[in-house]
Ligand binder design. Structure first.
Ligand SMILES: *Cc1c(COP(=O)(O)O)cnc(C)c1O
Length: 227
């Protein structure tokens, strides 16, 4: 438990250093603690240490955690692949969905979002490296999908998310993140009001911050390796 809190503090410091390197204010970058496959106790320890945003990938697992934390000050972000038959639980319990990859999913979330819950924040997942095995929308298809999602009630389209191919070199890591930023800038000049780039994980968040990430999704560096 102590180690998770220590990792968290260290990650906050590294994040602040990466922001300084990029000449950006650290408070423009939200740290999302990715807690998939990690126990509730770790989440509660981080909540006590001040963390509020948690990312989960699996619907059943996350529902159990959300219900058992029993705190209404935590923000839950769905970052896994979302199947059409699981959208209702997500619409009812999450504050954010980062992984919209087709209009049908957005339409279901829009219909199923309860009135009492306020708008659900969503991002489009972009297959930024055009990898055949990966989910996400091809970059070329993003403008049409974004325009359609922006019209849906009870959803608030916030921006774009990506999960690029693994690269070791810092300068190489920057390229797909730069491409996502340019895609977002294009949507903005088309008139969409977007403020979110969800990009960067434990191994590459410094490069993502350099390219304008506003949410970095960090699991391993905080919680340790997953089995
Ligand atoms: C698991 C996961 C992360 C966290 O990855 P780490 O390498 O453990 O930091 C981030 N984003 C998504 C979409 C994930 O599935």
């Amino acid at each position: 438990m102590i180690r998770v809190t220590e990792n968290f503090r260290e990650t906050q410091q590294l994040l602040a250093a990466a922001a300084a390197d990029a000449a950006r204010p650290a408070d423009q970058i939200r740290l999302l603690a990715v807690s998939k496959k990690k126990p509730l106790e770790d989440i509660l320890a981080l909540a006590t240490a001040g963390q509020r945003d948690f990312g989960e990938n699996f619907v059943q697992e996350s529902l159990q955690k959300i219900n058992s934390t029993a705190r209404d000050d935590l923000k839950w972000h769905f970052i896994g692949h979302l199947q059409a038959n699981k959208t209702k639980v997500v619409a009812e319990h999450f504050h954010w969905v980062h992984t919209i990859d087709r209009l049908k999913i957005a339409q279901r979330l829009s219909k199923q979002r309860p009135y009492y819950a306020g708008d659900l924040n969503v991002c489009i997942e972009v297959n930024i490296d055009n990898e055949p095995q990966k989910s996400g929308v091809p970059p070329a298809d993003v403008p049409l999908l974004a325009a359609a999602i922006a019209e849906l009630p009870r959803l608030k389209l916030r921006g774009l998310m990506c999960l690029p191919a693994i690269r070791q070199d810092f300068e190489e890591q920057r390229k797909p993140f730069a491409a996502l930023r340019e895609l977002l800038e294009g949507l903005r000049s088309d008139g969409l009001e977007l403020d979110t780039l969800s990009m960067g994980m434990s191994a590459d968040y410094a490069a993502a911050i350099q390219e304008g990430a506003t949410i970095v999704r960090v699991g391993t560096a905080i919680f340790g390796a997953r089995s």
